[in-house]
Design a binder for this molecule. Structure first.
Ligand SMILES: Nc1ncnc2c1ncn2[C@@H]1O[C@H](COP(=O)(O)OP(=O)(O)O)[C@@H](O)[C@H]1O
Ligand SMILES: [Mg+2]
Length: 609
């Protein structure tokens, strides 16, 4: 268990100490990425490499010694063979019966029990943790299915690359080197043939493998797109069923599969050419080595033992090379898979953490100065010179047509989107000087999407503040009017109330119930600033009223921003702003004579820029 867990435990420590988040992106070259993903696994990987090397050398030693045994048998007295060679035979038996199985055991243990599972877990865990730190813009333009698919593909590809590298390629290199040296000690001609053979093999690989790697990258992309499309279909299964688009969806996936098949077939053709060329080379190499050894023996330049050892080694190397062809193909295809996934694995964290950090005092005052935000991809101005001052504890309503920039304004507060120009100050501190984790402990935004996990109601609410007690969770749920339906929840496994799971994205709940859970979570987070972005839009008027009363109760001293289209919601705020095309175009002044929240606000006045 201890051995099984150490990689994952290490990951948890890394995440806990925020090493991954602040480290920014992973390296962008495949080799550097593999080394980065395997950090912490150096010792077992190193030992495994040495063991694999040793195993290949042990094999050569055995072949060579069996050759000398034949020479001894041929030249010595037959009846005294065992007595004369007792030490030699014992050593040889020791190598064959004890050392080799022992090394195989060690190799297998390290490879299958430690390095294999750990490399998969470490690389997937690290890529997941790093991806959590990518900017929101990355997730806005990448489908969740594609990101998941690429992370999974890359993790299994990485485990495969490591396994093949250690278990097949290192032994092959070691075996080839040791064989060349052993043959050189018997006769230089044999060594020359072996070296030419290995060089020819390497040349063919060098010529054909880069093309195969490139095709693998494309094949991995097409495969990930197939996976992404499958996920997208099932994520929107309601729409598929509603519009009875089973046929269209099948055609859609068939188009993707056809694109994948075209690339996969091209890959298959390249593979066939490579494997056939290598098989031919391997057969020729074996024949030439055995032929040369026999030729030398005929001319008394080599003993029978040398012929036997050379033949055994050549046959073994030929088998190894045939397997190696297959292994190398897999190695390079998997390498291509990792290369293809690097856009997802090693995306830059383009909102760097500040060098010197400052902490806001937690009062909740916000000042937005000349903030503009232009979309980097489309060039669209989503915010234009927005200026706004909000006092601690003020309650602000934001209205405006859909697409006016209300959600974008709230995103800039959390630095989900960084303003292109201008500054946002929280309690007088530029939010770019506040660590992201600190900033998000100051401001909570409940967005359009409630963001529910397929976990229990309790866990979903506690997500707002993991150290909150059960009582605090229940209180937040009551204030958000969520307690009343949570108590009656029963999930498909019979778990009840707060223990009931909510299903993927809260599928087991109505939209209004999901929104109330999201609000309960935000209330529990208890930050000085709370923003509700159309967060009660799915509730009936009466429930919305009760939820907002609960929110205002809990957030009496907090700064609250409410984006809403409903006039009833806006009776609870001190001030209303109207947005249009990325600007604040109208506002009503704070009316000191308005003593009760239910009294109407002063009418909106247009702001002239
Ligand atoms: N993730 C996004 N990527 C690119 N453009 C976006 C994104 N989200 C919103 N927009 C664009 O930004 C503008 C403002 O959107 P938004 O702030 O969501 O408006 P509102 O919340 O007022 O309805 C819209 O024109 C919209 O098309
Ligand atoms: Mg919006």
């Amino acid at each position: 268990m201890g051995v099984q867990m150490f990689g994952i435990e290490k990951l948890l420590t890394e995440n806990h100490s925020k090493q991954v988040d602040t480290r920014c992106a992973a390296p962008r070259s495949p080799l550097a990425y593999i080394l980065w993903a395997l950090r912490g696994l150096g010792a077992p990987v190193g030992i495994l490499a040495v063991v694999a090397f040793a195993l290949a050398i042990a094999e050569i030693v055995v072949y060579r010694q069996v050759g000398s045994l034949i020479d001894r048998a041929e030249n010595g007295e037959v009846t005294r063979f065992f007595a004369d060679n007792i030490v030699f035979l014992t050593l040889l038996a020791g190598i064959i019966v004890i050392a080799k199985p022992g090394i195989v055991f060690l190799q297998s243990l390290l490879s299958s029990v430690i390095v294999g599972p750990q490399s998969f877990a470490l690389s997937l865990g690290r890529s997941h943790a790093t991806a959590l730190g990518y900017p929101m813009a990355f997730f806005d333009r990448s489908s969740a299915g594609l990101v998941t698919q690429k992370q999974l593909q890359a993790a299994s590809a990485l485990a495969m690359v490591v396994s093949i590298g250690l278990n097949a390629l290192i032994p092959l290199v070691a075996f080839s080197l040791a064989m060349a040296l052993t043959l050189a000690s018997a006769h230089l001609l044999l060594a020359l043939v072996a070296v030419t053979w290995i060089l020819a093999y390497s040349l063919v690989l060098r010529y054909l493998l880069p093309g195969i790697r490139k095709t693998s990258v494309r094949r991995a992309e097409e495969r990930a797109l197939v996976g992404g499309t499958l996920t997208d279909t099932f994520a929107n299964i309601r729409a598929v069923k509603q519009y009875d688009h089973h046929g269209a969806e099948s055609r859609h996936i068939a188009d993707r599969l056809r694109a994948w098949r075209t690339v996969a077939t091209g890959y298959g053709r390249e593979v066939t050419i490579l494997r056939t060329t290598l098989a031919l080379l391997s057969a020729m190499g074996t024949a030439i080595i055995i032929g040369s050894a026999l030729y030398l023996w005929r001319d008394n330049a080599a003993s029978l033992g040398v012929v036997a050892a050379a033949a055994a080694m050549a046959l073994r190397l030929s088998t190894m090379l045939n397997t190696a062809a297959f292994n190398l193909l897999t190695f390079f295809s998997e390498w291509g898979t990792i290369e293809n996934a690097l856009d997802v694995l090693a995306h830059p964290h383009d909102l760097p953490e500040p060098v010197s950090t400052k902490e806001p005092v937690g009062a909740g005052s916000i000042e937005i100065r000349n903030v503009s935000f232009t979309c980097r991809v489309s060039g669209q101005d989503r915010l234009r010179e927005v200026n706004l001052e909000i006092c601690p504890g003020e309650k602000i309503g934001i209205v405006g047509l859909s697409g006016a920039g209300k959600s974008t304004l709230l995103s800039t507060l959390l630095r989900f989107d960084d303003a292109t120009s201008g500054v946002v100050l929280l309690d007088g501190v530029d939010i770019r000087d506040i660590r992201k984790s600190d900033l998000r402990q100051q401001i909570t935004v409940v967005g359009h999407d409630p963001g529910l996990f397929d976990r229990s109601a309790l866990e979903n609410i506690r997500y707002g503040r993991p150290d909150a007690s059960d009582r605090e969770v229940f209180l937040a749920a009551r204030r958000a009017c969520a307690d009343e339906f949570i108590r009656h929840l029963v999930d498909t496994d019979g778990r009840e109330g707060y223990a009931a799971r909510l299903g993927e994205r809260g599928v087991a709940l109505s939209q209004g119930q999901r929104q109330r859970i999201a609000i309960a979570r935000a209330l529990l987070a208890d930050t000085p600033v709370l923003a509700l972005d159309e967060a009660t839009s799915a509730l009936d008027l009466e429930t919305e009223n009760r939820v907002l009363d609960g929110v205002m109760d809990a957030a009496e001293a907090k700064t609250v921003l409410i984006v809403s289209h409903r006039p009833s919601t806006l009776t609870k705020v001190d001030r209303v702003l109207e947005m249009q095309s990325g600007r604040i175009v109208a506002a009503n002044c704070f009316d000191k004579s308005r003593t009760h929240k239910r009294e109407p606000l002063a009418p909106l006045r247009r702001i002239t820029c």
